[in-house]
Design a protein around this ligand. Sequence first.
Ligand SMILES: Cc1ncc(COP(=O)(O)O)c(C=O)c1O
Length: 369
Amino acid sequence: MNVPFVDLKTQYLQIKEEILQGINEVLDNTAYVCGKKVKKFEEDFSKLENAKYCVALSSGTDALHTALLTIGIKSGDEVIVPVNTFIATSESISLCNGKPVFVDHDERTFNIDVNKIEEKITNKTKAIIPVHLYGQPAEMDKIIEIAKKYKLYVIEDCSQAHLSEYKGNKTGTIGDIGTYSFYPGKNLGAYGEAGAVLTNNEELFNSMLRFRQHGSVEKYMHDSEGHNYRMEEIQAAVLNVKLRYIESWTEKRRQAAAKYNEQLANLLKNEIIAPYCPEYVKAVYHLYVIRAKDRDKLGKYLNSKGVQNALHYPVPLHMQKAYSYLKHKEGDFPVAEKCCKEILSIPMFPEISDEQINYVCESIKSFFD
Ligand SMILES: Cc1ncc(COP(=O)(O)O)c(C=O)c1O
C-alpha cells in the first residue's frame, strides 16, 4: 500500500464542482486581485477565528513581514523566536532589519520554552513570536505575562494552527496579531500562495490594510510606502469553498491523531514518543510528529513500505548557514539539537483512511519487531 504524506487530490475531487464554479466566477467577473471574493474571505475567516479584523495577503511570509513592520520593527530591534520553526518566522525579522533572538523549545510540546524567554530579553527586545508548531498552541498565558511585564508585542505565527484553541480561545488574537499561511499543504490551503493577518486592534488593522497595497486605501493616494502583498481572487475563491469544510476537516485530523495514539500505544514505553497535548489546548494536527529510536533507519524503512514521511525540521535554525552571522555553536540549544535527530512526521491529512492509519502503524511496529 502507498500512503502519501498529504493527499490534496482526494480532497480536491470531493469539492471539485464548487471549486470550478468559484474559479469560473472570478474569470467571468474579470476582477483578479483583492475583489469581492477576497472581501468575503476576510469576513468569513475572521468570524471563524473570532477575530475583529482580517487582512488577506499573498503568503504567510508576507503576513509575518507585514505584522512586524506594522509594529515598527527596524534596524537594531530584537525579536524573540523559537529555534525550531520554519525559517519564514525568523526571516521576516531580518526583512525588517531586526535581529532574530532564538529560544530553545520545550521537549514535550515542541513549542517555545517559556521558561527560557526572559533570559533573552534586552533593552532592544520589541516582540515575541510564538509559533503554534505542528498545530499545537504555545503556552500563551506565560508569553502574554512576559510581554506585559516588558512591554513587548506578541505576534502569533499560526501558519500551522488554523482554528487551534488555547484555554477556550482561538489562537491568533491572544496576542496582538496572528499570521497565517494558506500554502496548499496547510490545514486551510489555497491552490497557490496566500496568507492573512488577524487582529482585534483597529489601528494595527488599518496600518496592515495600507501596507498590503503600497500604503494606500484610496487608489493612487499613498499615506506611506508599502508593498504589493494583495491576495488573488482565484485563491480567495478556493479558500471560500474550503472554509465551508475546515471545521469538519480539523475534526478528522483530531480523530486520525487519536487513532495513531491508540495504535502506537504499545510502542510508547521504549521505541517512540507520541505528540504531547495538554488537556487545555485543542491542537489541530497540521503534522503528527513522533520521536523515534533509530529515526533515520525508520524513515527509510517506511519509505520502502510505501509510507511517505518527512522531517520538521532536520536542522534547527541556529545551525543553518543563513544564521552563521549570529555565531551560535553546537550546544547552544540542546533540546532542539537532540530532538531534530529523533523526530519523524508521518502521514496526516483529513482524508486519511482507517486502512492507511493501520498500515502506517503496522509498518512502524514491524520495523521495531
Ligand atoms: C510556521 C510557519 N511560518 C511561516 C510560514 C510561511 O508561510 P508561506 O509559505 O505561506 O510564506 C510557514 C510555511 O511553511 C510555516 O510553517
